[in-house]
Design a protein around this ligand. Structure first.
Ligand SMILES: *Cc1c(COP(=O)(O)O)cnc(C)c1O
Length: 381
């Protein structure tokens, strides 16, 4: 039986399992070697014989993630940004790219840089406006549509199936940044996307101790082979030790995600009617403008990511972050420990993010401790 016939929870729990024939070890060794000896006929023993091209630890981690996303192949990169910058290398010179106007700022800045160099043409669309994505597409000219859902840090939701249909009608491929939902809790490839991306630094690893990125394809195309070749040329694969740690984190991805989702829902409900809170942005709330889409394309909860708009402004939002004692005032997301971040202070004055937005990455602690911490922080003590 192939691992692929198993349910995602089982595939994840077995991500690091590979019984070693020689020793019976249940957890395989990490192949740290940078080079691999040829055999007596001078033939490489494996698919690759140099670490930058690939190695057994990398392949094992890639197979686990590809199986979870139900794609034929995955590629792991040294960071999420390494995956994004490698993928954008495959956009033809001068071709058109479409992306949302509010999204992970690292991706937005990178696309804007390519635009300013004349490498690509770029249209940013408002993900809240109906028909905005369709309006941004240029039939026959748009090469790549990059969307993120839920969108960082406003947690707006984009309908993946509708975006895939529109992208394909224009002759473009659709790539989905699904970092905010762990693998398979949203399955972009099953909804028609061509590529799914995760900053594996976040939920997939989940312990705030590995930097990694991954792309999974729906089909092995010439373009996919180009991405793989470019990863080698750009020196961007994930090193073996990180691959091993990532598999170790991946084993618990579902239990972590479900607990984080349940905690986030409790917090969202508690603070959605609070005198110090203007609004809670969370796709799990029925009042969220795209709650129906989120309910359709997310399973196992709505994730641990939310933002709260603090009454007052820039200063009040920042004060809340520094007053918290349980929740850590730090960037990143998807770890077992809860984090709070004042995004405007981080992204700078040109950012479209509201001044009073505090982004919360909810972890797996007891929800009452998190609610009490936020209550204390908002009360000013
Ligand atoms: C963190 C993040 C990235 C970038 O990934 P790194 O692993 O930090 O390079 C991209 N997209 C989203 C939504 C992210 O949260």
């Amino acid at each position: 039986m192939s691992n692929r016939d198993l349910r995602p929870e089982t595939i994840a729990a077995h991500a690091l399992k590979a019984i070693d024939e020689a020793t019976g070890a249940v957890v395989p060794p990490i192949y740290m070697s940078t080079t691999y000896a040829r055999d007596e006929t001078y033939t490489p023993r494996l698919r690759e014989n140099y670490v930058r091209n690939g190695n057994p630890t990398l392949w094992q981690a890639e197979e686990a993630i590809a199986a979870l996303e139900k794609g034929p192949a995955a590629l792991l990169f040294a960071s999420g940004m390494a995956a994004i910058t490698t993928l954008t290398e495959t956009v033809p010179q001068g071709a058109h790219v479409v992306a949302p106007d509010v999204m992970y700022y690292g991706t937005r800045d990178w696309l804007k840089r390519l635009e300013s160099l004349g490498r690509i043409r770029l249209t940013l669309f408002d993900p809240r406006a109906d028909g905005a994505l369709e309006g941004a597409l240029q039939k026959g000219r748009t090469d790549l549509v990059w969307i993120e859902t839920p969108l960082n840090p406003t947690w707006d939701v984009i309908d993946i199936a509708a975006a895939a249909k529109a992208s394909h009608a224009a002759g473009a491929i659709l790539a989905v940044d699904a970092t905010a939902t762990a693998a398979v809790t949203t399955q972009p490839l099953m909804l028609g996307a061509d590529l799914v991306f995760h900053s594996a630094t976040k939920y997939l690893n989940g312990h705030s101790d590995v930097l990694a990125g991954v792309l999974v394809t729906g089909e092995v195309t010439d373009r996919w082979r180009q991405v793989a070749a470019l990863r080698t040329k750009m020196g961007a694969p994930l090193p073996p030790f990180e691959c091993w740690l990532l598999m170790r984190g991946l084993r618990t991805v579902y239990v972590r995600y479900r607990q984080a989702s349940a905690n986030a829902m409790a917090i969202a409900r508690h603070f959605s009617r609070h005198p110090k809170v203007e609004r809670v942005l969370y796709p799990g709330l029925p009042t969220h403008p795209r709650h129906d889409v989120a309910a359709r394309q997310m399973r196992d909860g709505f994730g641990g990511m939310m933002s709260i708009l603090v009454r007052g402004g820039f200063a009040e939002a920042q004060k809340l972050c520094v007053r918290l004692k349980v929740i850590v005032p730090a960037t990143s997301l998807g770890g077992v420990e809860s984090l709070a971040e004042h995004r405007k202070a981080v992204e700078g004055p040109t950012s479209p993010v509201p001044d009073n937005l505090v982004r919360l990455s909810i972890g797996i602690e007891h929800p009452d401790d998190l609610i009490a911490d936020l209550e204390r922080g908002l009360a000013g003590s």
